[in-house]
Design a binder for this molecule. Structure first.
Ligand SMILES: CC(C)(C)CCc1c(C(=O)O)[nH]c(=O)[nH]c1=O
Length: 312
């Protein structure tokens, strides 16, 4: 039973990896991912310079979930670029993911130019949940802006690149974002990022649970799985086959991985649950997925990827 997958002509021994932002901010975290049974790793979304991020408490644990407003704490692009290039020398057959989230278009373009000129040969994951011009929603919810960003990026960026999308909740939005993405030579689309600007209240203290943004933050974990599966499926049905789908959101068990793949995901990412369980999560999920595949008579994921049935 093989959990291998391929994206953009690269093969991965395991179709599971971490989601950007969780246990991937420093060398120690990334080394643990390299040593784990995860098929790849992605680095914490990078900005040009190191950032401290928001004041704590900025992440709160929920029952099987999380809310966060971290504020992009990261060690800066140079730190992650050095790490992935060093790792690529050590493990030339592996494909590493480098996440980028500039707080402006200029920052994103500057970082992508630097990566383009470097010897990095892995995948860039461009985080489109990054902020936009004031008065506008995040880039991922401003379709003209998405088009503009990708148009400018692909004027010069020739290495494999994917985008990390926020969740959409309207079928017309699936149509609109897919129509834009299909115009570009994207290697993958990663869906979903946390469900933005949720609010968790502690009825005992009568207070919100995180400090930044008056308590508003992104939700991850079990409660987002139906939205995540809808976005994986909605985009799988609309994107050209050359654009692979990375499924993220609500994965706690092997059956959740199976469902993401059934909806069309070629790779899955785990955030919240990976945060709680650490890298042994990948051993557990791999065994659980293999057990499900054995019960169903599948020997590889291509046999069921995207094969979700409807009633008609
Ligand atoms: C939300 C941003 C801070 C603009 C990007 C980084 C990010 C964060 C974060 O660093 O707060 N948290 C998420 O759940 N998803 C993200 O993409």
């Amino acid at each position: 039973t093989s959990l291998a997958t391929s994206i953009g002509g690269r093969t991965f021994g395991n179709c599971m990896m971490n989601a950007a932002g969780i246990r991937c901010q420093n060398k120690k975290d990334l080394d643990a991912l390299v040593a784990s049974s995860a098929g790849a790793y992605v680095t914490k979304s990078a900005t040009p310079q190191k950032r401290a991020g928001n004041p704590s408490p900025r992440m709160h644990t929920l029952n099987k979930g999380s809310i966060n407003s971290m504020g992009l704490p990261n060690n800066g692009l140079d730190y992650y670029l050095d790490y992935v290039i060093d790792d690529q020398h050590k493990r030339p057959k592996a494909t590493n993911f480098l996440s980028v989230a500039g707080t402006s278009l200029a920052d994103n373009l500057a970082m992508l130019h630097q990566i383009q000129e470097s010897e990095f040969n892995g995948f860039v994951e461009l985080n489109l949940s990054c902020p936009n011009v004031p008065g506008k929603p995040q880039v991922g919810y401003d379709f003209d802006r998405v088009n503009d960003v990708l148009d400018q990026v692909f004027q010069f960026y020739t290495k494999p690149l994917g985008v990390k999308l926020p969740p959409y909740f309207d079928l017309v939005h699936f149509d609109q974002i897919a129509a834009i993405l299909n115009q570009y030579p994207l290697t993958f689309v990663n869906t979903i990022n946390s469900i933005g600007n949720a609010l968790v209240v502690d009825p005992r203290s009568e207070q919100v649970v995180i400090r930044p943004k008056g308590g508003f933050g992104g939700i991850g974990g079990a409660s987002v799985k139906p939205t995540a599966l809808a976005n994986v499926r909605g985009l799988a049905l609309r994107l050209k086959p050359a654009i692979a789908i990375v499924g993220t959101g609500g994965i706690l068990n092997g059956v959740d991985v199976f469902e993401h793949i059934l909806c069309g995901a070629s790779m899955v990412q785990i955030g919240t649950q990976f945060g709680y369980e650490g890298t042994k999560l990948f051993d557990r999920l791999s065994q659980e997925l293999k057990d499900i595949m054995n019960q169903k008579g599948y020997t590889n994921i291509e046999q069921f990827r995207g094969k979700l049935k409807t009633f008609d």
